[in-house]
Design a binder for this molecule. Structure first.
Ligand code: MGD
Ligand code: MGD
Ligand code: MO
Length: 672
């Protein structure tokens, strides 16, 4: 149900789910967080959509599935005839964002002749993926925490966001690893840290360069690795030398004492150092270069693909479902590919913010139809008012959902979708190199999985040749063909099947064999990127001060961060779980007591928060003085009322990956 993918046991009685607990899966070893268990509430909830809905005169009416499929396909054919196939699009969300569901969506849209695939990843993890891929050829999402000697979290809070992953960090700590947390707030992970650096939002790059300068000065780097496996060290050394203690401390708000403690913790970890970057560094105008500056630390200590370092897993090797080789469709101008070429080259992501403008302006070409699976962009994308206007302007909006959402309300058709218990799909856990096939517990009439739905539409649109498999089971048989692992083996190993033993330092072996050591253009770790330079960007991960610091404005005296995860909610999801709603009843703006005093407000009072995009009204939560810095506020997204994305930016981006400014937003606050 979430991106931690814990193994679960589901207990049923008379066809009803009565309990869910953690299975003895490789990854979670019996552990499970409250969300996993509360799945029981979800499956026994009366709000689940179980019949196709069609909007007639502004109201939803139930219709038969075949009628819905026929009407949707007919409308798509009509739009295609009028405006071309590229006027059709698909958007996958975080709820189906893993492995084959995403690839099926990508396959579908290319199969019907359009390059316009969108997803929540225009603002999730792709910043980290690109940052680390530019540097070392891949992103290390699941480092080897348990064997590490020093773990540094940057803008990540695993106890809330990846509860099971936290256990690996705690295990390392018990074995003597140092834990350093870098966050603008005193988080649950920071409370466990040996060293906590409270940074001003968006200034991580300055801190990273300060750390780099000191690591070099104190001779705490892996010289062999730097000399043989990296390019650009001398330029970095010269650049980082400008990040004096005085500048770094002033810019980031971190004291010199803490700065030195971080350097000593990293420097004494050898190669067994992990820099784990979270979503907190992504939603900034300088996000990619801050992430690249952090990745330079991994490069200097030689931590890539080491035991206890940023382990680089090998893939399972299943068939490729996407059609980017067969049908790249670049001549049809995928939306955003010209504006953010790095985003498109590295991830084949069309840019969702640009798409909203394009729907509204119809320039340079019209986008008329969208199928949304497992996403709620009206709540989760920046500038929600614009997103809603764009969704309303579409000639055809189809939303595949489990329950009604802000986005589904605007749809022409809402189709009931299979949940995680009603799909059979493969999940890989890189940290252990295991693959698991989920067990489809049941099928419900009229409730299709994503494969079946896209199969049925593709066949109606004349693209059936790309969907030859009758159902997802047949697809799975095909997917595993080249791996040598059978579906029977996967079924016999519900607790995970290790497809390859773990191997560290694969780069060393590749170099010995005369192959590229790293999957970058030069085959080395690229501290300096000639590729970025060739596109007109800086080759080094240069630091740029965030706008709220560089261009401070008296009318907008606060810097707002958003999206810090609450344990029980998942973006806009889980609000219908009564036990969660009593625990966390509504959205809040977290602030420092001195700011609250100056505004004359206390916890529970309501304030108006205004950015250059708009305003929202929201309840105040005054935090302890060491939890958040004065002048900084935090609001978590996902609430229908007090939706913070009404005031986040869809017009300010990181120039390299096109991520929107959703953290470090300039705002003003008034008491109501
Ligand atoms: N319960 C729950 N779990 C989730 C999700 C959910 O919605 N709910 N969402 C899932 C998804 S899609 C994702 S992407 C992951 C995200 O998981 P994480 O990457 O761990 O994200 P957060 O828990 O939001 O932690 C981000 C932290 O960054 C801090 N921060 C903000 N700006 C800055 C900055 O400029 N610098 C630094 N150093 N820190 C900053 C915030 O204070 C916050 O504590 O979580 C996943 N897990
Ligand atoms: N301000 C701000 N906004 C943010 C962020 C932030 O930090 N700050 N974080 C961003 C990030 S990292 C992400 S990943 C995005 C996530 O953005 P979205 O992808 O829009 O995530 P959800 O709100 O979880 O929407 C998932 C929807 O899918 C439905 N659903 C659940 N399970 C299934 C299923 O099995 N099948 C189908 N078809 N539907 C299902 C749910 O009911 C829900 O409506 O939000 C982003 N938005
Ligand atoms: Mo995300």
């Amino acid at each position: 149900m979430c991106d931690d993918h814990c193994g679960i046991n589901v207990y049923t009685e008379n066809g009803k789910i009565v309990d869910i607990d953690g299975s003895n899966h490789y990854w979670n070893k019996g552990r499970l967080c409250v969300k996993g268990r509360a799945g029981v509430d979800f499956f026994n909830n009366e709000n689940r959509i179980l019949k196709p809905l069609k909007k007639v005169d502004g109201k939803f009416v139930e219709i038969e599935l075949e009628q819905a499929l026929d009407e949707i396909a007919a409308k798509m054919l009509e739009i295609k005839a009028k405006d071309g196939a590229r006027a059709l699009s698909i958007w996958k969300g975080e709820a189906v964002g893993f492995a084959q569901q995403e690839e099926i969506a990508r396959r579908f849209i290319h199969a019907i002749g359009s390059p316009n695939y969108f997803s929540n990843d225009s603002q999730c993890f792709v910043g980290r993926w690109i940052g680390y891929s530019l540097m070392a050829g891949s992103w290390m999402a699941q480092p080897d925490f348990a064997n590490s000697k020093c773990i540094v979290t940057w803008g990540a809070n695993p106890p809330n966001a990846h509860p099971n992953m936290t256990q690996y960090i705690m295990e390392a700590k018990q074995k003597g690893a140092k834990l350093v947390c870098i966050d603008s707030r005193l988080t649950n992970i920071a409370r466990q840290a040996h060293v906590f650096a409270q940074v001003k939002p968006g200034t991580d790059g300055a801190l990273a360069h300060g750390i780099i300068r000191l690591l070099i000065e104190k001779d705490m780097i892996d010289k062999d690795f730097v000399e043989n496996y990296t390019v650009g060290f001398e330029q970095l050394k010269e650049y980082s030398a400008k990040f004096t203690e005085e500048f770094v401390c002033q810019e980031t708000g971190v004291t010199a004492e803490i700065l030195h403690q971080i350097v000593d913790a990293i420097g004494s970890g050898g190669n067994q150092v992990i820099n784990y970057v979270g979503n907190g560094l992504e939603h900034h105008e300088n996000g990619i270069n801050n992430i690249r500056a952090v990745a330079c630390i991994d490069a200097l200590v030689g931590g890539f693909d080491q035991k206890g370092g940023n382990f680089m897993p090998e893939g399972f090797g299943q068939q490729e479902l996407t059609l980017y080789h067969e049908l790249p469709l670049m001549h049809l101008d995928p939306i955003g590919a010209d504006k953010f070429p790095v985003l498109y080259e590295y991830r084949q992501e069309c840019h969702t913010m640009t798409a909203m403008d394009q729907i509204l302006s119809e320039e340079p070409y019209p986008l008329k139809s969208m199928i949304i699976i497992g996403a709620n962009p009206v709540s989760t994308n920046p500038n929600s008012a614009k997103v809603a206007a764009a969704m309303e302007k579409l000639e055809l909006l189809v939303v595949r959902e489990l329950v009604m959402s802000d986005t589904a309300e605007l749809a022409d058709y809402v189709l009931p979708a299979a949940s995680y218990l009603e799909r059979a799909e493969m999940h890989c856990h890189g940290m252990h190199q295991v693959v698991t096939l989920t067990n489809r517990l049941t099928t419900i009439p009229d409730v299709q999985d994503e494969y079946q739905f896209l199969h049925d539409i593709a066949h109606r649109l004349g693209a059936g040749e790309y969907f030859p498999w009758e159902n997802e089971d047949a697809l799975n048989e095909w997917l595993v063909e080249p791996t040598g692992v059978t579906i029977e083996t996967l079924k016999a190993n519900p607790e995970g099947y290790q497809y390859k033993p773990l191997k560290y330092k694969k780069w060393e072996e590749r170099a010995k064999n005369g192959e590229k050591a790293f999957k970058t253009r030069t085959g080395k770790v690229e501290i300096y990127s000639e590729y970025l330079e060739s596109l007109g960007y800086e080759g080094l991960p240069v630091y740029k001060s965030p706008d709220y610091i560089e261009n401070a404005e008296v009318e907008f005296p606060f810097a707002m961060i958003t999206g810090a995860r609450k344990l029980v909610y998942y973006h806009s999801r889980n609000k219908e779980f009564k036990r969660f709603r009593t625990a966390v009843p509504n959205g809040e703006v977290e602030m420092h007591p001195a700011d609250a005093a100056a505004l004359g407000v206390k916890s529970g009072d309501r304030v108006k928060v205004t950015s250059k995009i708009g305003s929202i009204e929201i309840e105040v939560s005054v935090r302890h003085e060491n939890e958040i810095m004065p002048g900084i506020i935090q609001i978590t997204h996902g609430w229908k009322e007090s939706n913070v994305n009404m005031i986040t930016h869809d017009d300010k981006f990181d120039p390299i990956d096109g991520f929107p400014l959703m953290k470090a937003v300039k705002v003003n606050i008034q008491k109501i």
